[in-house]
Ligand binder design. Structure first.
Ligand code: GMT
Length: 385
């Protein structure tokens, strides 16, 4: 198949999922065309079957706001037409699904039929999408997509709860690509940042309000009073200043490390004993799955799709949003009991295998084939009318 993938090329989960999916499809022999405004962070070096089309946004003085959606639409039209794509797969509804719909209509007027699949990732439905200024467009795009997928049952339900749609939504969970190459970075890293006998807690996110990174620090504050430990924070975003301030107020500077944005988060995770994800909402919690995939148990909130990934008292613990005391107690329960910690590490690794790319990729391929066939059948039916 020739597939166009549209995504946010940044460190966000939807960009990671879209990029890793494209890489896996290309490795299986499909031709993959990424259409986005800069090179996706997880794309890495040149690979067979992967093509990258940059959307350059005009900077005409008349525009107070640059017309990204229009440029993206034109680029999609071009790439579909000249690269003879079979399908567009857009990650994150805003504005990718509406741009895809527009591209589809333009191509239709030129006699080219292109189906598009929209994957809902979370905040496009649970936060941004519910904003009344976006809602009509999102509802329309969900209904106009040739197929819609959501990354968890919880996100599927939220979509039905908040948007006027009854259309089928396929739940295709996020995935991890297991890395079997062992490197010596984690042990070197561990000895650089933590003393012998110290535990490492870790959190990775885009430091937006919804991630409640201050809760991470509060949990760590309680843990380090009882267990010698370090906290590694990877990522960056709007809440970083507030988090840094809290770290200073609690006099934790010596024990909290801010790494900033990191591309190969797996190496950071491999150094950790526990991963903390106390988010306000989380449609899936890809960062938690990535932690589990390297055998790190997760202390998290029980919001959204997290319980579909992190199993309470098996791969980690779940608490109500904001219940810092419970999360700290859960972390201490694990860190104080070496046997329990070891068995949770094994459980986390085992659980992550349910979300192995090898399991999830064929589900996407099957949906692609179904959608492409649907478009061909509709075209034939029109010819016969
Ligand atoms: O978490 C973010 O703010 C980034 C956002 C994104 O779209 O990049 O993440 C969402 O999509 C991820 C991939 O599907 C999910 O794992 C995250 O749970 C989801 N974030 C939220 O729902 C807050």
């Amino acid at each position: 198949m020739r597939i166009g993938i549209v995504l946010y090329p940044t460190f966000g989960g939807s960009g990671v999922v879209g990029t890793e999916l494209g890489k896996a499809l290309a490795a299986k022999g499909h031709q993959v065309h990424f259409i986005t405004y800069s090179q996706p962070v997880r794309l890495g070096s040149f690979r067979e079957n992967i093509f990258y089309h940059e959307v350059a946004v005009s900077d005409y003085p008349l525009f107070e706001f640059q017309p990204y959606e229009t440029e993206l639409t034109s680029k999609m039209v071009d790439v579909v037409k000249y690269e003879k794509l079979d399908l567009l797969h857009v990650h994150y509804a805003i504005p990718h699904a509406s741009a895809a719909y527009m591209a589809k209509q333009i191509l239709h007027s030129q006699g080219i039929e292109i189906p598009f699949i929209t994957t809902l990732h979370g905040t496009d439905i649970t936060l941004v999408g519910r904003d009344p200024s976006f809602e009509p467009v999102i509802t329309f795009c969900i209904n106009a997509s040739d197929a819609v997928t959501a990354v968890s049952q919880s996100l599927k339900q939220s979509t039905y709860d908040h948007f006027a749609t009854t259309r089928e939504i396929h739940v295709i969970p996020n995935f991890v690509v297991p890395n079997n190459e062992k490197s010596d970075i984690p042990s070197a890293f561990r000895s650089n940042y933590a003393q012998e006998g110290e535990k490492i807690l870790c959190h990775i996110s885009n430091f937006r309000k919804v991630k409640r990174v201050e809760d991470v620090v509060e949990i760590f504050y309680r843990v380090q009073q009882q267990i010698p430990s370090k906290l590694i924070l990877a990522g960056d975003g709007p809440e970083r200043y507030a988090v840094e301030r809290l770290v200073r107020d609690l006099k934790l500077q010596e024990n909290v490390l801010f790494l900033g944005k990191v591309r190969d988060t797996a190496h950071v995770l491999e150094t950790a004993d526990l991963f903390l994800l106390p988010s306000e909402t989380e449609s899936f919690g890809l960062a938690a799955l990535e932690a589990m995939a390297v055998g790190v148990p997760v202390i998290s909130s029980n919001t959204g799709g997290i319980p579909e990934v992190n199993i309470h008292d098996v791969t980690g613990y779940l608490s109500d949003v904001g219940d810092i005391e419970d999360m700290a107690n859960n972390a201490l329960t694990l860190l104080k009991d070496e046997n329990k910690l070891e068995s949770f590490k094994k459980n986390a690794l085992l659980r992550s295998r349910h979300f192995d790319m090898k399991v999830i990729l064929p589900i996407y391929e099957e949906l692609y084939e179904e959608v492409i066939l649907g478009i061909k059948k509709a075209g034939l039916a029109r010819l016969n009318d």
